[in-house]
Design a protein around this ligand. Structure first.
Ligand code: HSE
Length: 418
């Protein structure tokens, strides 16, 4: 697309994000972008825009040569992938908010962008209003990115905040997240950690050049967290957050997962409440940086879509520098994690899998332990995802193989076992 060309948009989807974008575009005439057609599934639904704008035929957008930008904000990931594929093949630039679709088809989408030389931007797909993708892509273009930790799902953060600070129960908190337009149509995607995982797959690529699929990444959501965990967290002066984390190990490989985590009050992520998201990046020389902003909702998401549309004015495209210009990093499960586990019965816990257990409480109905386990034991088994077991990783949980012997010795000495 040349810089002189006006941006003529074909929009797929008019839900929370699509309608938000329509309104936001009306308030930003300086962008000189207009929506020519909106493709929707249900023509009978009342919409806050003129009828003439809508169609149910995707060809009305994909076959229209005047439309040079396809904005895709629909729910169904396979349909979204088809639309994006055709649009790129027809040299229409794409802006997408479909994190599930992008995560599930990352490899194919990278190839399509290379083959067609056409830009596909998706800043809104991870952390909505926080420009984290472009920052990872452009600013951290070096080998010095040590770690990245983030709250990437607004709904679960909202639910945890409402449950533990406002004493709402889980179902009321979820209902509120749905009413406010934060939750996915299928809220299991949020609650069971899928949405956070999809976003983490996207960010791992821009941070480290890693292209991985969901089955290769350790994750869980907040579905098993109990009120008793919140009581323990309070005693220890921690908050509970769903955190996506990646850290470069001494051997250059990257340990990554999405799991509930205890966070200390001094951790910037403890400050992230409700539907807000936050990202803490640790890099050589710069030390720590913290990004914060709304991670869900109509206008915050639309603002990132708008920014992508605007970037198309100057032919911006992701170069995937970490993947194509640097030796890409490799994901590994060959490291240890310090975890808290709460459960009803010791029989549920394979104690032999732990390197060491440094704290255990067995007296009350709900028992818990704090111990160190190889990540592979969590990745390869589902015993810790059983209904009555709740796993929460401890602050600063990743232990490099190089450090394990020394840490074990120290921990056993402290426990008086040596
Ligand atoms: N359901 C998502 C969330 C919406 O709660 O973060 C924004 O991607």
């Amino acid at each position: 697309m040349s810089t002189q060309q006006p941006l003529v948009i074909g929009l797929f989807g008019f839900g929370v994000v699509g309608e938000g974008l329509y309104k936001v575009l009306q308030q930003t005439p300086s962008l000189q972008a207009r929506i020519k057609k909106v493709c929707i599934k249900n023509p009978d639904k009342k919409r806050a825009a003129p009828d003439s704008l809508f169609t149910t035929r995707k060809e009305d957008i994909l076959d229209d040569p005047e439309i040079n930008v396809v904005v895709e904000v629909i729910n169904e990931s396979e349909a979204a992938f088809e639309i994006v594929t055709v649009a790129l093949q027809r040299k229409k630039s794409v802006v997408s908010a479909s994190k599930k679709m992008i995560a599930e088809h990352l490899e194919a989408l990278l190839l399509l962008q290379q083959q067609t030389g056409t830009s596909m931007l998706y800043e809104s797909a991870a952390c909505a209003s926080i420009p984290v993708i472009r920052n990872l892509e452009e600013y951290y273009d070096n080998d010095l990115l040590h770690s990245i930790r983030a709250i990437v799902n607004g709904s679960t953060n909202f639910i945890l905040t409402k449950m533990f600070e406002d004493r709402l129960d889980f179902s009321d908190a979820l209902l509120l997240a749905q009413q406010l337009g934060f939750a996915e149509t299928d809220p299991k995607l949020d609650v069971e950690g899928w949405d956070a995982l999809h976003k983490w797959i996207i960010l791992l690529n821009h941070a480290y050049g890693i292209v991985e699929t969901a089955e290769n990444i350790l994750f869980s959501g907040i579905q098993n967290i109990q009120l008793s965990d919140a009581v323990i967290a309070k005693e220890k002066n921690y908050d509970i957050k769903l955190i996506a984390q990646a850290r470069k190990l001494a051997n250059g490989k990257v340990a990554a997962f999405v799991l509930p985590q205890f966070v200390q009050t001094a951790d910037p992520l403890a400050f992230v409440k409700n539907e807000y998201n936050g990202v803490v990046i640790e890099s050589g020389f710069a030390d720590k940086q913290f990004f914060y902003g709304k991670g869900a909702g109509s206008f915050p998401t639309a603002s990132a879509v708008l920014s992508d549309i605007s970037a198309l004015r100057y032919q911006y495209r992701y170069e995937y520098k970490k993947k194509y210009y640097h030796p890409p990093h490799e994901l590994t499960d060959d490291n240890y994690i310090k975890v808290y586990l709460s459960f009803n019965d010791w029989k549920q816990i394979p104690r032999e899998k732990f390197e060491w257990i440094e704290e255990w409480h067995a007296n009350s109905d709900r028992k818990y332990l704090v111990g160190v386990i190889h990540q592979h034991h969590l990745k390869s088994g589902n015993w810790w995802k059983e209904d009555a077991i709740s796993l929460i990783v401890m602050p600063d949980p990743i232990i490099d193989n190089l450090d394990i012997i020394q840490l074990k010795k120290k921990s056993l000495e402290l426990a008086g076992i040596q």
